[in-house]
Design a protein around this ligand. Structure first.
Ligand code: ATP
Ligand code: ZN
Ligand code: MG
Length: 474
């Protein structure tokens, strides 16, 4: 396989993604840590083992998460064999384009298999007559609710009022991960309230960290600059690129700056609309919440707090519902995890039956709908079955607290609107074809549970100290 049609797209902790400019598909390639001696990387398995590992990933995202999130929003992936030569070629080709903070990892040239997915930076099906640029907005929304359940201890009860993402920001400042705290609050994005969501989206533009990335025709045009937030100039550059497609040209008379401003707002408004869009009319109403995180930048203006729920079936609602499978919080899960470890050490024969790491086969999936039955019945609460179900639910929720939404949009002429794909109109009457997908649905290993429990302690206690300090100063 030739590397010439492939370009670098992006990467996360565990994979590097390349896009094919001809086929509108991407490859997700496995990465490994660069270490002097190889002992830190898990022993590389044989071909069959590597194939099994890829299958496990797909089973999880397609067998477990897809039914929970919805078929329309989780793209179908394929496993493809890739040669060492191809991977070496790619590795060399992308070297200069990779962000500095990721250079402690590299493409695993021995991985043998990659995962092929539709390129979500392009509109599918491809329309050769539409030459308008395709914009793709990638949002990592993180955890969208404030936990409120019994197991939360007095010591950590601050979680009920400040969200994990915002509290974690204070600790990350200490670590020096980013040079400034994010202004974004997930609770605002998931609120369903238009103004609050717009506030959250503007905050993402000011401080994107790794929660916002914008692509135009597959090229990254806006993101954090390493540890630094975008400058005014970066934002100006973004608005310049948006200008031809968003905002109204009739506003020209208001001067250059307000035009720029209006096109960014117009763009964010479209994203907001896509995030709450539903197909058909939904009668079900979710309970309204007025919950707001202590760190939110949003200042309610009068009657504005009324409409505070996500339309059922919209992309954010789908994600939030799966996140809410975590209804015991890590404080409720950790003791169950210990109980399970204890059980397995006494009954090693049960290790497979109660496996948390898959295989995510039919047997595993068959058990999922039983979850609510097992977990609602009070008499079963002491059983290992109950513990396993709750831990599985928690891990599934953890995946969706870390996934990304990819919103793809292309302006189209009104005449084309009758085709089957989804459309949305901007404030000034332009039509956009769009689609919305969820990516990065990898399983979270259960051995991280003790670490999550410790981190939860560190985040809450550090944040409490921060609040005390703040109160002293004011
Ligand atoms: P993380 O560290 O968040 O777990 P990861 O290593 O699992 O990430 P992904 O998030 O799946 O990797 O992919 C890395 C990047 O590649 C994404 O942030 C996105 O920009 C891009 N990407 C992933 N899948 C697609 C796709 N189907 N189409 C276009 N771009 C994609
Ligand atoms: Zn918050
Ligand atoms: Mg991942």
């Amino acid at each position: 396989m030739d590397t010439s049609d492939w370009v670098y797209r992006g990467e996360g902790n565990s994979s590097l993604v390349i896009a094919n400019t001809k086929t509108n598909r991407v490859f997700k390639l496995r990465k490994k840590k660069i270490v002097k001696c190889d002992s830190k990387n898990p022993k590389s398995s044989d071909s069959e083992g590597k194939l099994q590992m890829c299958r496990r990933l797909l089973q999880y995202s397609e067998g477990v998460l897809r039914p929970l999130l919805g078929e329309e929003v989780v793209p179908i992936a394929e496993i493809v064999p890739v040669s060492v030569d191809f991977l070496k070629g790619i590795s060399k080709k992308v070297r200069k384009l990779r962000p500095a903070k990721r250079l402690d990892t590299e493409v695993d040239e021995e991985s043998e298999y990659g995962i092929s997915l539709p390129d979500l930076c392009s509109v599918q099906p491809f329309d050769r007559n539409n030459t308008n640029p395709v914009f793709c907005v990638e949002i990592k929304p993180k955890m969208g609710f404030l936990p409120d359940c019994k197991p939360i201890s007095e010591e950590r009860s601050i979680k009920r009022n400040a969200c994990k993402f915002c509290m974690y920001q204070k600790l990350k400042l200490e670590f020096g991960t980013w040079d400034s705290a994010s202004l974004y609050c997930p609770i605002d994005l998931f609120s369903g309230n238009e103004e609050r969501m717009m506030c959250a989206l503007s905050c993402l533009v000011k401080t994107p960290q790794n929660n916002l990335r914008i692509f135009m025709n597959g090229q990254l045009i806006f993101s954090n600059n390493g540890r630094h937030s975008p400058t005014l100039q970066d934002r100006q550059q973004l608005t310049d690129l948006l200008k031809s497609q968003f905002g109204s040209s009739s506003e020209n008379k208001d001067g250059h700056n307000s035009l720029n401003h209006s096109c960014l707002l117009d763009f964010l408004h479209l994203i907001q609309k896509v995030l709450v869009a539903t197909e058909g009319n939904n009668e079900v109403k979710r309970p309204q919440t007025t919950n707001q995180c202590l760190e939110s930048q949003y200042k309610p203006s009068g009657a504005d707090m009324v409409n505070n729920s996500l339309p059922p079936g919209c992309i954010l609602d789908r994600i939030l519902n799966v996140q809410r499978l975590d209804d015991l919080d890590i404080e409720g899960i950790y003791p169950l995890y210990q109980q399970l470890q204890e059980h397995i050490s006494q009954h090693p024969e049960d290790r497979e039956k109660y496996s948390l790491e898959g295989p995510f086969n039919e047997h595993f999936i068959d058990q999922l709908p039983m979850m609510t039955q097992v977990t609602r019945n009070h008499s079963t609460k002491e059983t290992i079955d109950y513990a396993v179900q709750k831990i599985r639910e928690f891990l599934i929720a953890a995946t969706t607290k870390d996934c990304s939404i990819m919103v793809t949009m292309q302006r189209t002429t009104n005449a084309k609107v009758e085709d089957a794909s989804q459309h949305i109109s901007s404030g000034n009457g332009n039509f956009f074809k769009y689609h919305c997908n969820i990516v990065d649905l990898d399983p979270k290993p259960s051995i991280r549970i003790p670490m999550y429990y410790q981190l939860d302690h560190d985040i809450t206690q550090h944040y409490k100290k921060y609040l005390e300090q703040k109160n002293l100063e004011s």
